[in-house]
Design a binder for this molecule. Structure first.
Ligand code: RTP
Ligand code: MG
Length: 153
């Protein structure tokens, strides 16, 4: 079996409000990424500040924390080969105006703030594990194998 890794992904409040959870989840499932955890939740300020600690002090930090706590988010943990990088490729560039069509932000993002989705940074080693632990308890993650499917249908 090829080696896999887990990554943290979150539909942001704009994506939830626009009813895009299932559309986004479908893309990841179709891509073969395995869901090992999922949670519909309201982030509080403390969690938002921890999650975006790397941006503290930047001009957009306050509005970022404000935005991410403005309504519910859909957080998930996905497992697959090179999952962190693959998710980032599927998300597209941070600024939807720069994101390629066919990517999630390229297809649905409105502007730099309202860019629909967050994924762990693949260039920041350990970000995926850090974010998974920040949002999920170990017992909220499910270890399971995809079967070969011969008896399913
Ligand atoms: P994210 O963390 O949300 O997945 O986005 P990202 O890695 O693609 O981008 P990052 O640099 O981590 O920025 C986090 C979020 O902050 C907002 N942002 N605003 N110059 C700006 O006004 C600015 N730069 C970034 C974006 O909403 C970005 O997703
Ligand atoms: Mg980031």
């Amino acid at each position: 079996m090829p080696e896999t890794e887990r990554t943290f992904v979150m539909v942001k409040p704009d994506g939830v409000q626009r009813g895009l959870i299932s559309e986004i989840l479908e893309r990841f499932e179709n891509r073969g990424l395995k869901i090992v955890g999922a949670k519909f939740m309201q982030m509080d300020r403390e969690l938002a500040e921890q999650h975006y600690a790397e941006h503290e002090g930047k001009p957009f930090y306050d509005s970022l924390v404000e935005f991410i706590t403005s309504g519910p988010v859909f957080a998930m943990v996905l497992d697959g080969q090179d999952a962190t990088r693959q998710v980032r490729r599927m998300m597209g560039a941070t600024d939807p105006a720069e994101a390629a069509p066919g990517t999630i932000r390229g297809d649905y993002g409105l502007d730099l703030g309202r860019n629909v989705i967050h994924g762990s940074d693949h260039e920041d080693e350990g970000a995926n594990q850090r974010e998974i632990e920040l949002f999920f308890d170990e017992d909220e993650l499910v270890e399971w194998d995809k079967i070969d499917g011969s008896w399913l249908y």
